[in-house]
Design a protein. Structure first.
Length: 319
């Protein structure tokens, strides 16, 4: 279509030029016949010729202008169409990813709990230590289900109604608790916590900030198998700011994915990611919560390998 427009414009310019030349010739001969000029060539000296020429130039400019406008609008339209198509495809893809992972994430703990209950039902004479082991497994599975349902509810709330529950939070001890919780779950993870002393409290939602800490630390452990080495630190930034860092030695996040990982249900499409369990909700929740607390966050490569998340949060009062 763009070519056709181009070609039509060239054709129109040529026809306009031909019409102009024909007009000039006809008028020149007519004026010569009427003896208003000596010879047709003298017509070029007349005011009439200058008027015709400037009218011709205006028409040429108009044709070029219209052609450029049409081509630009068409190109713009095609670009917008492709962009919305791409967004539709990626939304459908995310929805599919979400359904697949959520089904898996819901089914496997349910299957685990069912198995435990069936074992209890069929085998009345279980040894106490086996009973203990089975019920611990079942409890771990219910924890997994609860965490999933909480993430789903939290992400739905963050879409619109979420109000942060304002209270003074000692972020350092909150990070320490989250690290202990993640270390219990990921036994091979080596988590180093480094909290600067005498930091000002953050005014925010304790549950929300715990969710940020647990999500970041769990991701660090999940994507750094088999031997995660995780560092998390909290220190004073500017006068009213805390800098919170979470880094790992894992698979890292390719540069082209760094922008996308904050999107709801988005999971990096690599083989390594597919091997781990997840819904793609964690970082969406993290970003939304940090922003609700007036903070910002960024992701970068860790040295020599892995990923580093940096969070900047405002504190209460000035130093
Ligand atoms: P998921 O449930 O898949 O972990 P998240 O929203 O927490 O969802 O993370 C989105 C994606 O970002 C993950 O699927 C993973 O590919 C990538 N990712 C997040 N954290 C890390 C990390 N610490 N190291 C490597 N990749 C990560």
């Amino acid at each position: 279509m763009l070519l056709a427009f181009g070609w039509w414009s060239v054709l129109l310019l040529r026809k306009n030029e031909e019409a102009h030349v024909a007009n000039v010739n006809e008028l020149a001969y007519r004026m010569a016949v009427e003896r208003r000029i000596e010879a047709p060539a003298d017509f070029r000296e007349t005011q009439r010729y200058r008027d015709l020429t400037s009218q011709f130039e205006r028409q040429q400019a108009m044709i070029i202008g219209e052609a450029v406008f049409l081509v630009l609008s068409l190109a713009g339209g095609i670009y917008l169409l492709f962009r919305s198509l791409r967004q539709e495809i990626s939304a459908a893809q995310q929805q599919r990813n979400f359904l697949l992972s959520i089904t898996h994430e819901l089914k496997s703990p349910l299957a685990g709990i069912r198995l435990v209950l069936e074992t209890f039902q069929k085998r009345k004479e279980l040894k106490p230590e086996i009973q203990q082991k089975l019920s611990t497994n079942a409890l771990a599975e219910t924890d997994r289900l609860t965490a999933l349902v909480n993430d789903l509810l939290l992400s739905a709330k963050l879409e619109n109604v979420y109000q942060i529950n304002e209270e003074e939070v000692d972020l350092g001890s909150l990070i320490q608790d989250a690290a202990d919780q993640v270390a219990m779950k990921y036994k091979t993870a080596n988590i180093h916590v480094d909290i600067e002393t005498d930091l000002r409290p953050v005014v925010g939602d304790r549950l929300g900030l715990t969710s940020v800490a647990v999500n970041l630390l769990e991701n660090a452990a999940k994507y750094s198998q088999p031997n995660p080495v995780i560092h998390t630190s909290l220190q004073r930034g500017g006068a009213r700011e805390l800098i919170w860092e979470v880094s790992d030695n894992g698979i890292g996040i390719p540069d082209r994915e760094k922008r996308r990982i904050w999107t709801k249900f988005y999971r990096v499409g690599s083989e390594d990611t597919r091997k781990t369990k997840g819904t793609g909700l964690g970082l969406y929740i993290v970003k939304r919560l940090v922003e609700r607390h007036g903070g910002t966050l960024e992701v970068m490569d860790n040295e020599p390998k892995g990923t580093k998340f940096m969070i900047y949060l405002p504190t209460k009062g000035a130093d």
